[in-house]
Design a binder for this molecule. Structure first.
Ligand code: THU
Length: 141
């Protein structure tokens, strides 16, 4: 039994691309992060003229959730592509920094859906996208 409404999660990520602030890359990414209690935290990428302060969609979603006291997650859907392209998106997977942020809060069963449309997506678990990760256990035991 699928305990995750993958379609709803992907639709939310696709819609969030419209909120992206991307005057430099024109590459819009949306994310939808499913918490253990069923709440979906949304995110988009937010760029900056100084470039390095840019925040990815995935981290926006995580930081929104954590800032509201939520630290238990099941899955995230991510969708990205160029300005003006809303269908049949290219494959877009989380950057290394976002994978590290996932490592901080998520366990091995956390699922990542890289979506190109509601019907076309690639699914990973956390260890698949960041094997041998450095995480809280390394410092806290
Ligand atoms: N980006 C994300 O938001 N998430 C990803 O998974 C890949 C990259 C953003 C960062 C930047 O605003 C733009 O996409 C181009 O790298």
């Amino acid at each position: 039994m699928e305990d995750i409404n993958v379609r709803e999660l992907i639709e939310t990520a696709l819609n969030m691309r419209r909120m992206s602030y991307t005057p430099y890359s024109h590459w819009n990414v949306g994310a939808a992060l499913l918490a253990a209690d069923g709440t979906i935290y949304t995110g988009c990428n937010i760029e900056n003229a100084a470039f390095t302060p840019t925040n990815c969609a995935e981290r926006t979603a995580f930081f929104k959730a954590v800032s509201e006291g939520v630290k238990d997650f099941k899955a995230i859907a991510v969708a990205g592509g160029p300005d003006g392209q809303w269908d049949d998106l290219p494959f877009c997977s989380p950057c290394g920094v976002c994978r590290q942020v996932m490592s901080e809060f998520c366990k091995d069963d956390f699922r990542i859906f890289c979506a190109q449309s509601v019907d076309k997506y690639t699914e990973y678990t956390l260890p698949e996208i960041i094997p041998d990760r450095f995480g809280p256990k390394d410092l806290l035991g």
